[in-house]
Design a protein around this ligand. Structure first.
Ligand code: UDP
Ligand code: MG
Length: 310
């Protein structure tokens, strides 16, 4: 008998815990018929509502339900990592608690792994219906930017909803980095992945945990984690400005020698100084981003802390 682990990161999802479970149970008979048993791991990422109580209620009637309770909010990436570490399944899938990742797709996903030999089956939404247009716009820009800058392919619209074999999960777990950008890590490990597409489904209850600002910072994290192009960009800017300076010096000398023409006024000087110092600070900022990430990595802090495990 095989085992499938279902990982559900939850942050303030009290209204969704039960609904998710009910929806998931619609696939129970499929897995039973295929000789696969289930374990359901809810990872409570420091919710401030009754998410924990809701999960405990489910545990009373179903012993396959497990709970990992974080000591505070560590972020979805940490929740996924904890779930993967604790999972024992031959197959592992993670999906959002808000039913934006339909559990009804599981049988189809399972089929691709078992019958067609894929190592993972991932999903991407092909529309962004129901999302604020400005958010979609920046999301698209982000994907085109990061894919130009990074060797690892990061698929536009990819969700974290993914079914994986044990081998694939172990590969993900072997990457113990602190700054976890899953969308990149999944691409980085390789293996064969089948992509399934679906239309965006709006969140049933509660609201999104991602503000525009949080997403923006997440996008920056992704770029720093999967590309060193910004660092090269800083060097290139440096070279370009040196080159410009040399031309300016030559022009000034010739002008003075040939025409005795003194270089005019300080406004031009102020402009040049502000431009160049702006560029310098910008490049310093880029270096700082990488340095701060390196600093966090070398501290080797745990990615999450568990308060309670059931
Ligand atoms: N989530 C989490 N920790 C966080 C933020 C979100 O575990 O700090 C979970 C959340 O409970 C949900 C999933 O991650 O199950 C996706 O979050 P959300 O639906 O808010 O994101 P969106 O679908 O809007 O991108
Ligand atoms: Mg959601």
């Amino acid at each position: 008998m095989k085992l499938i682990s279902i990982i559900v990161p939850c942050y303030n999802e009290e209204e969704n815990v039960k609904d998710f479970y009910d929806e998931l149970m619609k696939t129970e008979s499929f897995f039973k018929n295929n000789d696969v048993s289930m374990e359901i791991i809810y990872v409570n990422d420091g919710s401030k509502d009754n998410t924990v109580a809701e999960v405990k209620k489910l545990r009373e009637t179903d012993e396959r339900v497990h709970l990992i309770n974080f000591s505070r909010n560590f972020g979805k990436e940490a929740a996924i990592y904890a779930g993967l570490q604790k999972s024992k399944g031959d197959y592992v899938v993670m999906l959002d608690c808000d039913l934006q990742d339909p559990p009804a797709m599981l049988p189809e996903m399972y089929g691709y792994i078992v019958n067609e030999g894929f190592d993972s089956v991932a999903t991407r939404r092909v529309t962004r219906k129901g999302e604020p247009p400005i958010r979609s716009f920046f999301a698209r820009r982000f994907y085109s930017l990061i894919n130009r800058m990074s060797k690892t392919e990061i698929v536009d619209g990819a969700r974290d909803y993914r079914l994986m074999t044990r081998q694939f999960v172990d590969a993900i777990l072997s990457m113990e980095e602190y700054n976890r950008f899953s969308k990149g890590l999944f691409g980085w490990v390789g293996f064969s992945t089948k992509w399934l597409e679906f239309e965006n489904i709006e969140r049933k209850k509660g609201e999104t945990k991602w503000s525009f600002w949080k997403l923006f910072l997440y996008a920056l994290d992704g770029i720093v984690a999967f590309s060193t192009v910004p660092l090269a960009f800083a060097s290139i800017l440096g070279v370009v400005f040196c080159f410009l300076a040399i031309i300016l010096i030559i022009v000034t000398i010739i002008r003075k020698a040939a025409f005795g023409d003194p270089t005019s006024g300080w406004p031009s000087l102020v402009c040049i100084i502000s431009l160049v110092s702006g560029v310098q600070l910008f490049c310093l900022g880029i270096v700082g981003q990488y340095l701060s990430k390196t600093y966090l990595e070398v501290k080797h802090r745990p990615i999450y802390i568990i308060k309670e495990e059931l």
